[in-house]
Ligand binder design. Structure first.
Ligand SMILES: [Zn+2]
Length: 241
């Protein structure tokens, strides 16, 4: 990474979502439901090119394999060894561990929709430095971010009529969202600042400057802003302050 004293080693680690193990009588979350096997006559489904575990592996199954090889990682210290904190969009296409050369124990990774410098993001960054010794911050936005495709007004109106998942629609080349149903919503979404994004480079600059300007953030901490390209995997440096 340019303009940084941070040196990452290459490690193959997945930062998958932490799963809550479900016991008898408790339904598993929908996102870990396995798909039924195709009929014997149907052609076999090709393996997902990016999925590191077997196509039908649930998070608990994957975790069992991971824990079996946990080894010395149980002795890692609480403070991040590389003394850095990352603030990254939650986009599913970004795997910070693989993309930025990180392993367990190396850094803090704070993830949010858009990766913006919200009050809660700053809360985590302050804890990261003040109590756990990190001394360098990396802000990572990315191309094709979902936060570019709606405004506060759009999501406020969508939620006002339905809280169910909306459909992604493309009209005249413009990506947008449409409610799939109008089964009742709530006006509360109109009162939230959703931190949507119009321009990634401008947004990363705003975020860096907001963090820099916080009276709770040590002025000695370098703050680096990047835009990650989801088409190429390349991390492009925008600024360091
Ligand atoms: Zn995003």
């Amino acid at each position: 990474m340019a303009h940084s004293s941070f040196h990452a080693s290459v490690l193959e680690v997945s930062l998958g979502p932490k799963d809550k193990i479900h016991g008898d009588g408790i339904s598993a979350p929908r996102w870990i439901q396995t798909q039924p096997d195709p009929p014997a006559s149907a052609p076999a489904r090709p393996p997902h090119p990016l999925r590191p575990t077997a196509p039908h592996s649930t998070p608990p199954q994957a975790n069992a394999a991971y824990a079996a090889g946990f080894g010395v990682k149980g002795s890692l210290a609480l403070p991040p060894a590389k003394k850095a904190a990352f603030l990254v969009c939650m986009d599913a296409r970004i795997n910070p561990a693989a993309a930025f050369g990180l392993a367990e124990g190396d850094v803090h990774v704070i993830r949010k929709a858009g990766g913006g410098a919200s009050d809660d993001a700053i809360r985590s960054l302050v804890i990261s430095h003040k109590l756990l010794g990190t001394n360098e911050f990396f802000l990572v936005h990315h191309t094709d971010c979902g936060m570019e495709y709606f405004t506060d007004g759009v999501i406020g109106e969508l939620l006002a009529t339905s809280v169910a998942s909306a459909n992604i629609v493309v009209k005249d080349g413009v990506v947008g969202f449409e409610n799939a149903s109008n089964d009742g919503g709530a006006p509360d979404g109109r009162f939230i600042n959703w931190l949507t994004i119009k321009n990634q480079a401008a947004s990363i600059k705003d975020d860096a400057e907001r963090i820099r300007g916080s009276p709770l953030v040590n002025k000695t901490i370098p703050i680096h802003g990047y835009v990650y390209d989801v088409k190429t995997g390349v991390l492009n440096h925008v600024l360091s302050i």
